[in-house]
Write a protein that binds this ligand. Structure first.
Ligand code: G4P
Length: 528
C-alpha cells in the first residue's frame, strides 16, 4: 500500500467527556467492534480509580495504567483507527488538552441526564480553538434524562457549536424504544428487557404506515412530528461543515447496552477526516510529503527511580517513520535514531518498523525530549499548536532543604519540560509559582521531586485566579499597566511576561481600564 492509501485509511481521534458520562464504556465498545479486545471489561478493569487519593502507590499505578491505554489502535473495515485516551478524573491535566492537539477529530460523550458538564466545556473549547471536527454522542438513553431538543439547545449554547442530529431517540428510560438513524435512514429498535438491539429496519419514508407496527401509533406520530421539526430547525448535514468544525453531528444511544454505537462508528468512519495538513512556523506540512516529520505531544515518565527512562509520544505528521533511521531533533540540532520505537495496538506495546501519518509512536527517551519538539529529516521545522493553557490551580513552591537547591531547580525544570505543570517566577519577588490544571499534579510533583531528584519542597497558598499572557499594540498603555501591576507580573518558563490575576473581578477591571491590552489564556498568540 502506498503512502497516500495509508494516510487515507487512518483515523486518529480522542473520546472526551466529563467523568462518568461513559467515555470508558464507549471506548470499550468501539474496541470490541475492532476486535481489539475480546471481552467487555478489559478497559474498565484498567480504569483509573475515581476517588481522590493521596496514596502514592496509587499515583504510580495510575500512571502505569494510563500509559497502557494512552493510545489504542485497531483495524476496522480496512481502516486503521487510533484512539487517544484523554486522562479525566482527578488526573485531568494539561496533558489532556495537549492530547487533543495530536488528533484529527473527537467524539464527545454527554450524559443525557446531566447534559453538558464542566470538563466537556473545557475540552470542546480546545477542539474549537483548532477547528477540530467533533461528533457528539448523547449517552445513557436507557435512563431518564433531559428532553432531546432542550439538550441540543444546551449543547449549542454551552459548547458554542452548531449541531445537527443524525439520530433521534424514541423516548428514554423504561420507555426507550430505539432511535431513528437519519444518516442511514433506518429504525433501530431497542428492547429494554433484552437490553440489546433487536431489529434494524430501513425506513426511507417516515409516512410509511407500517411504522406504527414497530413503535406504536402514538410514538410513530410523535417521531414524525419531531423529525419534521428537526428538518425545519437544523441545517442539512454537510460533510464540509463537519470537517471544518462548523457543525457537529449528534447521535443518541447507550454505550452500556451497545446501542447506537455501531451507527456512530460507521458514520464516524464515513465522515471523519484522515490526517491533514499541519501548520509549522515555517510552512504548512502535508502528510503526503515524502520526508518524515513528527512532533512530541506527550512525555510519560517512569516514576521508579531505578528506571529513569521516559516514553515520548510522537505524532507522525508526514512521510514514513522508520526504525533505526537517523532523524533530526530540531531543538537540539542533532541527529538521533531509535532502535525500539513502539506502537500501541490493542493496548499492548509492540516494536514497530514503520509508522504513517496519524500514527503515534512511543520512543524511549533519556531526557532528550520536551513537549512540542519536532523531528524531521533535516529541515528546520517547528510545529505550531502545542500551546500552554492558563492553569487553574496555583501554589508557591518552597525549598525545604537549603543543601538541595540545585536538585530542586533541576527537578522542577525537567518536570515542567514533561508538561506536568507550569512554572511562573514572580518578577519582583522571584518566588516560584507552580500552576496546574488538576489538583493531583501538586502531589505528583512533590513526590517525584523527592523520589527522583532527592529534593524536598513544600507548598504555600497563593491567591490567584488565572495567569494570562499580555500583548498590546499600544506600547504606552502596556508599559503603564506593567508599572502599575509590577507586583502581579511573573515570567513563564520562556521568559515571557504574564499577568497574575487575583480574581475574576481583578481581571475584568484590568480589561476595562486597559482596553488596548489583550489578555491571552493560551500561550499561542501572535506577538504584537
Ligand atoms: P467515564 O469513563 O466517562 O468516567 O464513564 P464510564 O464509562 O466509566 O461510565 C460511568 C458509569 O456510567 C459506569 O457505571 C457505567 O457503567 C455507566 N454507563 C455508561 N454508559 C451507560 C449507559 O448507556 N447507560 C447506563 N445506564 N449507564 C451507563 P458505574 O456504576 O460507575 O461503574 P460500573 O460499576 O458499571 O463499572
Amino acid at each position: 500500500m502506498g503512502l497516500k492509501q495509508e494516510i487515507e485509511r487512518r483515523k486518529t481521534f480522542a473520546v472526551v467527556s466529563h467523568p462518568d458520562a461513559g467515555k470508558t464504556t464507549l471506548t470499550e465498545k468501539l474496541l470490541l467492534y475492532g476486535g481489539a479486545i475480546q471481552v467487555a471489561g478489559a478497559v474498565k478493569n484498567n480504569k483509573i480509580r475515581k476517588t481522590a487519593t493521596s496514596d502514592f502507590m496509587d499515583i504510580e499505578r495510575q500512571r502505569g495504567i494510563s500509559v497502557a491505554t494512552s493510545v489504542m489502535g485497531f483495524e476496522y473495515k480496512g481502516k486503521q483507527i487510533n484512539i487517544l485516551d484523554t486522562p479525566g478524573h482527578q488526573d485531568f491535566a494539561e496533558d489532556t488538552y495537549r492530547t487533543l492537539t495530536a488528533v484529527d477529530s473527537a467524539i464527545v460523550v454527554i450524559d443525557v441526564a446531566k447534559g453538558v458538564e464542566q470538563q466537556t466545556e473545557k475540552l470542546v473549547n480546545v477542539c474549537r480553538m483548532r477547528n477540530t471536527p467533533v461528533i457528539v454522542f448523547v449517552n445513557k438513553l436507557d435512563r431518564l434524562g433531559k428532553d432531546a431538543f432542550e439538550l441540543l439547545d444546551e449543547i449549542e449554547e454551552k459548547l458554542n457549536i452548531r449541531v445537527k442530529p443524525l439520530s433521534w431517540p424514541i423516548n428514554m428510560g423504561d420507555k426507550f424504544k430505539g432511535v431513528y438513524n437519519l444518516y442511514e435512514k433506518n429504525l433501530q429498535l431497542f428492547t429494554p428487557s433484552k437490553q440489546t438491539v433487536t431489529e434494524s429496519i430501513t425506513f426511507n419514508d417516515m409516512n410509511d404506515p407500517s411504522l406504527k407496527e414497530y413503535i406504536g401509533e402514538k410514538d410513530a406520530g410523535k417521531l414524525r412530528e419531531e423529525l419534521e421539526l428537526i428538518k425545519e430547525v437544523y441545517p442539512e448535514f454537510s460533510n464540509e461543515d463537519y470537517s471544518t468544525g462548523a457543525i457537529s453531528p449528534v447521535f443518541f444511544g447507550s454505550a452500556l447496552h451497545n446501542f447506537g454505537v455501531r451507527e456512530l462508528l460507521d458514520c464516524f468512519l464515513d465522515i471523519s477526516p484522515s490526517p491533514n495538513q499541519r501548520p509549522a512556523e515555517e510552512r504548512l506540512v502535508s502528510p503526503e510529503e515524502e520526508n518524515f516529520t513528527g512532533f512530541v505531544f506527550k512525555i510519560h515518565a517512569n516514576m521508579d527511580p531505578n528506571h529513569r527512562d521516559r516514553l515520548a509520544f510522537v505524532r507522525v505528521t508526514s512521510g514514513i517513520f522508520k526504525r533505526n533511521t537517523f532523524y533530526y531533533h530540531v531543538r537540539l540540532g542533532k541527529k538521533m535514531r531509535f532502535s525500539s520505537p513502539t506502537s500501541f495496538m490493542a493496548s499492548k506495546q509492540e516494536v514497530i518498523e514503520r509508522a504513517y501519518p496519524g500514527d503515534i509512536v512511543g520512543i524511549h527517551d533519556t531526557g532528550n525530549f520536551k513537549i512540542g519538539d519536532t523531528l524531521t529529516e533535516g529541515e528546520e521545522l517547528h510545529f505550531k499548536g502545542m500551546p500552554s493553557f492558563s492553569p487553574e490551580h496555583f501554589k508557591y513552591i518552597v525549598n525545604t532543604d537549603p543543601m538541595k537547591y540545585k536538585q530542586l531547580d533541576k527537578g522542577i525544570d525537567q518536570l515542567m519540560d514533561e508538561g506536568v505543570a507550569q512554572l511562573f517566577t514572580g518578577k519582583k519577588s522571584g518566588r516560584k509559582i507552580i500552576g496546574t490544571v488538576g489538583n493531583l499534579q501538586f502531589e505528583v510533583i512533590q513526590y517525584r521531586l523527592l523520589h527522583e531528584y532527592g529534593a524536598s519542597a513544600r507548598y504555600e497558598p497563593i491567591n490567584l485566579y488565572k495567569t494570562c499572557w499580555i500583548t498590546s499594540k499600544n506600547k504606552e498603555q502596556l508599559e503603564e499597566f506593567k508599572a502599575r501591576k509590577a507586583n502581579n507580573l511573573a515570567l513563564d518558563k520562556w521568559g515571557r511576561e504574564v499577568f497574575l490575576a487575583e480574581s475574576k473581578f481583578a481581571l475584568d477591571m484590568a480589561r476595562e481600564k486597559y482596553p488596548d491590552i489583550e489578555f491571552h489564556f493560551t500561550s499561542e498568540f501572535e506577538e504584537e
